[in-house]
Design a protein. Structure first.
Length: 227
């Protein structure tokens, strides 16, 4: 059947050490998955993972610069481990969930915090505070060798060479396998899905002209300016 307009293409993320790329289907995100970040957002109790989504085309692979988005004066950075899924998962247990991990990447969940706060106050959805254009810069994907790579290690983000966020992956309230298992109770996960797994404490404002530098296990990095 002929389409009305050209069919949108899936975003493609490079795979390290390979000529292949990872075609993205959906992008899920986990909220408040580090205790210190949950506390800085006003939540103390350990709760089940909760999820929101970003459009797949909000991904930007290893940008050199990003435009400051419209309709906000309080743009925040949230650096995260991102999990790449390579098989169908339905109501998976933790072992099955772990077996569905192809690899991982470094991502930043850019957030219009003022818009999100207003939406929360009014009891409205906050999709536009999270899912705006170019709101998800991401690195290339590192194929996983062992679960130790995503259950341990360090994630960091600096603004203008000043360290803002630093956390151990082992500090996550829910491990990647637990997150995947829980999400698979709600939706069928398939090859091409990405999951942003939450951010450590220290989220904060970025301004025009700021340089953002982030690293994961000193092997994956993002380095770009906000214009």
């Amino acid at each position: 059947m002929t389409t009305l307009f050209p069919e949108p293409k899936s975003p493609l993320i490079p795979i390290l050490g390979s000529e292949l790329s990872f075609p993205v289907r959906r992008v899920y995100c986990v909220g408040r998955n580090y205790a210190a970040h949950a506390q800085e957002m006003g939540h103390d109790e350990r709760e089940l993972p909760f999820f929101f989504s970003k459009p797949a085309d909000s991904l930007v692979v290893e940008p050199k610069s990003l435009p400051y988005p419209p309709m906000t004066s309080e743009l925040h950075h949230e650096v995260e481990l991102v999990i790449a899924i390579n098989k169908e998962l339905i109501e998976a247990d933790e072992h099955q969930a772990a077996d569905g991990i192809y690899g991982y990447a470094l991502g930043i969940d850019l957030t219009k915090r003022d818009m999100q706060a207003e939406a929360k106050q009014k009891g409205r959805p906050w999709d536009l505070a999270k899912g705006f254009d170019q709101s998800a810069p991401i690195s290339s994907i590192q194929p996983i060798a062992s679960l130790d790579e995503i259950n341990n290690g360090e994630i960091r983000l600096s603004v203008n060479q000043e360290l803002k966020q630093e956390g151990q992956l082992s500090d996550m309230i829910w491990s990647p396998a637990e997150v995947i298992a829980e999400l698979s109770k709600h939706v069928t996960l398939r090859a091409g899905d990405l999951i942003f797994t939450g951010t450590p404490s220290g989220v904060g404002v970025v301004e025009r002209g700021d340089k953002i530098e982030a690293t994961l296990n000193q092997e994956l990095n993002l380095d770009f300016y906000i214009e």
